[in-house]
Unconditional design. Structure first.
Length: 450
């Protein structure tokens, strides 16, 4: 049966139904209760950020290299007459150990000839110096004889004027004067020439002495000794072998000191240099050298061989590399370890050999930092709660990364609540509600960061 809305008899019924519906709606609306309580926000846990005194540290990597690398070359030509029986790759010798001897017969013969030439030149020089002394005496005697002849000539000339002597005697007296003048002139000429002759003979003596020195040097060069305590890397010669001047004999490296050119990213080292005590300039670097400047910054360097984790060597910082590596764009810091062989502990601490890969830790002076654990950092931000428990983000891009922590010098963060819960979404300014099981920031391991 269909309802007919157009029929007048049905209108009162429709009005009654409408009134009933309105009453029901009002009744139902009044029965709904409103909850006026505040929003509780996101649940989270936190740690309290604390300030700690820490040595800031950066990590770099490099290879162990010897401080001195020697490629020994023959300085003379000859046959090898002696070869040290232990001269093999890997052997270690003390400084000044005789390793190779080359036949010196020819050089001893040259020495004998040079010494004979030197002796002859010295005799000639001594004779010429004696002639110089005799020349001085001859000049004095000649001057004296000339004086006597001139006096005699004047006496005879007076007698001749009185017709007491003949012309012949006068001529003879005058001739005696001329002879003495000629002798004196000859001695004077010798006086001028003798110094030049002495210089020429002195030059001959020097040349002969140089020949003796060269022969002696060649004889010494026939003995090849290791100039430092070192390890042999390669041997290129055998006994009875003829070697020529310039031929390769062996290669060796110093064992008393090794170097490591550790590479650090430019941004990391630039940030680390902000902890230096002094700003670098030409005056404080050139006066004592780069090593002196770096030592004045109270820096510390420790080396750990990657294949021997947990074993460290203390190193001295010597200098910075002269340029940025063109491929890796890193900056090199050269550190040195001395007497590593004296620090050997069997089964624990091996010797440092060329080619070993090493981890180098550089540490600056103690600084005050607020420490943020890495596990509490999401992306580039750490989450903290302000005094109203509203979420705030702290940018960690400028923080120093060290081990499992970020170090911040923003000491105003000390005592702040670091959110350790992984919130999603992490909306800055949102309300946080902390549970009662909050954690406190643990003190970092002093040994790890110092």
């Amino acid at each position: 049966m269909r309802w007919n809305f157009s029929a007048r008899k049905n209108l009162p019924i429709a009005i009654v139904v409408g009134i009933v519906l309105v009453i029901l709606v009002v009744k139902l609306k009044s029965s709904i209760k409103h909850d006026n309580g505040e929003l509780v926000g996101q649940l989270a846990q936190y740690q309290v950020l604390t300030q700690q005194s820490i040595r800031p540290k950066i990590i770099g990597y490099g290879k162990v290299k010897p401080n001195i690398q020697l490629n020994s070359l023959a300085e003379v030509t000859g046959t090898v007459t002696y070869l040290h029986p232990a001269l093999k790759k890997g052997e270690i010798f003390k400084a000044e150990t005789l390793l190779i001897k080359i036949d010196d017969s020819d050089y001893k013969l040259q020495m004998a000839k040079a010494q004979a030439n030197l002796a002859a030149a010295e005799v000639d020089l001594a004779a010429k110096k004696t002639s110089q002394e005799n020349n001085k005496l001859d000049i004095r005697l000649s001057e004296h004889k000339l004086g006597i002849a001139e006096s005699e000539f004047q006496r005879i000339k007076k007698l001749f004027d009185k017709s007491s002597v003949s012309q012949t005697e006068l001529d003879r007296a005058q001739q005696s004067v001329l002879i003495q003048q000629q002798d004196l002139q000859r001695y004077m000429n010798q006086k001028r020439l003798i110094p030049l002759e002495i210089k020429a003979l002195q030059a001959q003596v020097k040349k002969a002495q140089a020949d003796v020195n060269k022969a002696e040097l060649d004889i010494n060069r026939t003995e090849i000794r290791l100039p430092f305590t070192g390890r042999i890397h390669k041997v290129n010669v055998e006994r009875s072998q003829l070697v020529t001047k310039g031929a390769a004999l062996f290669s060796a490296s110093d064992v008393e000191k090794v170097l490591i050119n550790a590479q650090f990213t430019y941004s990391t080292f630039n940030q680390f240099s902000g902890f230096f005590k002094q700003r670098p300039n030409l005056e404080n670097i050139s006066s004592g050298g780069m090593a002196s400047y770096l030592n004045a910054q109270d820096l510390r360097a420790d080396v750990e061989i990657l294949s021997q984790s947990g074993t460290t060597w203390h190193a001295n910082i010597e200098r910075l590399s002269d340029e940025i590596d063109p491929q890796s764009q890193t900056i090199g810091v050269v550190v040195a370890i001395e007497n590593s062989y004296e620090q050997i502990k069997l089964g624990e601490k091996p010797p440092l050999l060329a080619g070993m890969r090493a981890k180098v830790s550089l540490q600056a002076t103690m600084q005050n930092f607020v420490v943020v654990p890495r596990h509490a950092v999401r992306g580039r931000y750490a989450l903290i709660a302000d005094e109203n428990n509203l979420l705030r983000k702290v940018d960690m891009q400028g923080a120093l990364k060290q081990d499992d922590s970020f170090l911040l010098q923003s000491l105003n963060l000390e005592g702040a609540k670091l959110v350790t819960t992984d919130l999603f979404p992490a909306i800055e300014g949102s309300k946080l509600y902390f549970t009662e099981t909050s954690e406190q920031m643990s003190t970092l391991d002093v040994k790890e960061l110092h």
